[in-house]
Design a protein around this ligand. Structure first.
Ligand SMILES: CC(=O)N[C@H]1[C@@H](OP(=O)(O)OP(=O)(O)OC[C@H]2O[C@@H](n3ccc(=O)[nH]c3=O)[C@H](O)[C@@H]2O)O[C@H](CO)[C@@H](O)[C@@H]1O
Ligand SMILES: C=C(OP(=O)(O)O)C(=O)O
Length: 417
């Protein structure tokens, strides 16, 4: 199994390009199931979840061509196998995103239940409830969701909570349903908007994009299209946290600062000097950061996917900070690993209290989930001496060439087998 070895203490300096967003690319790949025409995509990140999604879509029957440099094309003929097996769904929960489009276009789907996940239970009851409201017959048996519907029909959907992939799954179902579907509690994450804009370019009728009320008029078929995946705001935020923690001056290109205001605001409050253009972000970190608290919540508030990375910066900040995790019930697994590096963190339920220490010291630590891995990389870049991060397959799920990008900025980081 691959490991990362980091020798901490280097300031980060230079320019790095942000990759396409994993969490936008995954639903958008699934949108290719909605049409027989070809979908051309640009700026698709090269990471494990995308490879897993490609494998799943190929098993279903989608023809996929990779053209290099983040470009690919996908076409799904009428003759497919509408099944997402446990072996793939268990490694990537976003596989649930094939359910809505398969049911909408092919009238049936058999998709494994994702099961629990390191960061929380993460049930998919809202996905199922929404499809049932749209007229689908659904039963769950032997660990699989079996769904059938001759043609889905429009419905009013009010989910119990804001759910990102729930909104995406049901949106992909609604665009081909008969009549009007109204989402009253839709997720407003930029990745949902990226998917919705792609669907509109394919001929879908969606009003209210970017708000929590989406109104969809179903159409009988969609055509192909071309789309460039939005920049990854979580990858960008992770790099900015690394620079603030180590000190230095870095410019991120191909970024989308407008999609990550909550993160930029936090980093400014911690003392980072940040300037932005339409598609770039420059961060200068000239002093030890000041501790700052955060409360995770749906967009536009501070993202749960940035919580672990912000905590890593707080471990070496001046002062004490309090972080509340409100989205997932078990998303503090990085804490015990950060403690191994010398961090002073106490947890009480969904709250972590972080007392900043002047230095961390390198150690061997274990990645437990995707963003926990990123927080350990940030801590390792600051820690004195050598940090070894094990189980980095978690990191590889969601970051495109992370160590190559950090090396280009001056970090001493190496992948070993
Ligand atoms: C591939 C992708 O885009 N993943 C993101 C997506 O995950 P994902 O879409 O899985 O997260 P949700 O927004 O659905 O989850 C929000 C909360 O709702 C709960 N819930 C959700 C659906 C449901 O049917 N029942 C239910 O109880 C979840 O357990 C969680 O507590 O949004 C999360 C929250 O921003 C991010 O951390 C993930 O990176
Ligand atoms: C939790 C994440 O991803 P997923 O929903 O795919 O597990 C994430 O991107 O931080």
């Amino acid at each position: 199994m691959d490991k990362l070895i980091i020798r901490g203490g280097q300031r980060l300096q230079g320019e790095v390009a942000v990759s396409g967003a994993k969490n936008a690319a995954l639903p958008i790949l699934c949108a290719s199931l909605l049409t027989a025409d070809t979908l051309y995509l640009n700026n698709v990140p090269e990471l494990q979840d995308i490879r897993t999604m490609n494998k799943l879509l190929r098993q279903i029957g989608t023809h996929i061509e990779l053209h290099g440099g983040g470009r690919m094309s996908l076409a799904t003929p009428a003759d497919i196998t509408p099944v997402a097996p446990y072996e793939l769904v268990k490694t990537m929960r976003a596989a649930i995103l094939v359910l809505g489009p398969l049911l909408a276009r092919f009238g049936e789907a058999k998709v494994s239940l994702p099961g629990g996940c390191a960061i929380g239970q993460r049930p998919v009851d809202q996905h199922i409830k929404g499809l049932q409201l749209m007229g689908a017959e659904i039963h769950v048996e032997h660990g699989y969701i079996h769904a059938q519907a001759k043609r889905l029909r429009g419905a009013r959907i009010l989910t119990d909570m804001i759910t990102v992939t729930g909104t995406e799954n049901l949106l992909m179902a609604a665009v081909l349903a008969e009549g009007e579907t109204v989402f009253e509690n839709a997720a407003r994450e930029p990745e949902v908007n990226d998917l919705a804009n792609l669907l509109v370019s394919m001929g879908a009728k969606i009003d209210g994009i970017g708000t929590d009320r989406l109104v969809v008029q179903g159409v009988s078929a969609l055509q192909g299209g071309s789309h460039s995946i939005m920049p990854d705001r979580i990858e960008a935020g992770s790099f900015l946290c690394a620079v603030l923690a180590t000190g230095g001056e870095v410019t991120l290109t191909q970024a989308d600062p407008a999609s990550m205001e909550a993160t930029l605001e936090k980093l400014r409050e911690m003392g980072a000097q940040i300037t932005t253009g339409d598609d770039w972000i420059r961060l200068v970190a000239a002093q030890r950061p000041t501790a700052i608290g955060a409360r995770t919540a749906p967009y536009p508030a501070f993202a749960t996917d940035m919580q672990a990375q912000l905590m890593a910066v707080n471990t070496i900040a001046q002062g004490t900070s309090v972080i509340h995790e409100t989205i997932f019930e078990n998303r503090f697994m990085h804490v015990q690993e950060l403690r191994r590096l010398g961090a002073d963190i106490e947890i009480d339920g969904h709250t972590a209290v972080i007392k900043g220490v002047p230095n961390l010291s390198g150690a061997t630590v274990m990645a437990t989930d995707l963003r926990a891995s990123a927080s350990l990389v940030i801590a390792g870049l600051v820690a004195q001496g050598q940090t070894t991060i094990e189980r980095i397959y978690h990191l590889d799920r969601g970051y495109d060439k992370m160590e190559a990008k950090l090396t280009a900025l001056g970090a001493d980081i190496q992948r070993v087998q």
